[in-house]
Ligand binder design. Sequence first.
Ligand SMILES: [Zn+2]
Length: 398
Amino acid sequence: MLKEASFDNALRFASDLIRIPGLPGHEGDVAERVRQEYEALGLRDVRIDEVGNVIGVAPGRGEAPPALLNCHLDVVAEGDHDEWEVPPFSGEVRDGYLHGRGAMDIKGPLALQTYAAASMMGEAPGDVIVAHTVFEERGGLGMKRLLESGSVEPGVVVIGEATHGDVCIGHRGRAEMEVAIAGSAGHASVPDRARNALDLLGDVLAGIRDLASDQESDPVLGRSSLVATMIDVLPESRNVIPDSAVVTIDWRILPGDDDASLIARVEEAIARRVPMAPDGLSYVVRMAVERQRTYTGIVAERNLLTPGFLMDPDHPMVVAAAQAVGRRHDDGPATIRPWQFATDGGWSCGVFGIPTVGFAPGEERYAHTNRERLDVEEARWGFARYPHLIASVQQALA
Ligand SMILES: [Zn+2]
């Protein structure tokens, strides 16, 4: 017999998931538990893909564009357990809140989305694909690979990151970059025999500051911002002239920038300060790279770039979403706004061009904190709104 797709069962499922820790790259146990629930609810075509995403389908009754519901399987580290009022992996419901790491980011919403899809079996205007992905907290390898694979072809994506009941339509992206200065090392007592990489550092930092003061602004998303955050010097010795100095840049970007355009802009800004590197010194601007290994064993060297995205607030799908969701405490359509943080919508919309919105219970201020919690009554309301949201966005795009 299939499990009933009720709110109470969804809440129990969320508690179960909170009790299974899973940092990026270690989502295997969470994924297996999610797969079991898909099966218990009767979702079709249930599978775990190469990188470890868990995918299932609630077939629709018609031919409207498939909707992809997406949360992530990973959570951020919980930190010191003593700092938590309620233990981080208890999944306890206390004082009207579901508590623990992942309660609102994002195991609560993951459970609600999964159950909402199951509650619409054979009833939605088109297929409802549920795909919960890996590595969101480290740039979104799971979502990127899922959409690259072509194994799902959604016409619209609904992201379950906390919106506190609003409809979110975008966010800034983030790029981590490096300026690597190279010289030649030598003993500090004989500077003439070396070329100090630090000699270029002042101009590089000045170029970065110039670029920072010349950032674009978007009326909805605000201003892009960049800042130098770190300097790594090699060799790490106080009596050696270093041959390597690497400056790290954190850049909160607007939609539309890619690796090449970001690198070119940093290069230009530094070149204005140093048109020609002095003899024996050189520098290169590059994206920072991280080696990531999925729990399924796939290894990827990833540029640390999370794209931004922004849907037009007047897009018919966005308007339909806001009307379908409504407001929890009064009449009228939901508030349409951007998120403060980045999501996998940067991939689905920013890179793959698929119309994307976000809707989920939960307050952004609790994300990644040791007070993480989800208001149960807000979650109950959000769960009830989800089928209306899915049907409306599918109809708006049909
Ligand atoms: Zn999240």
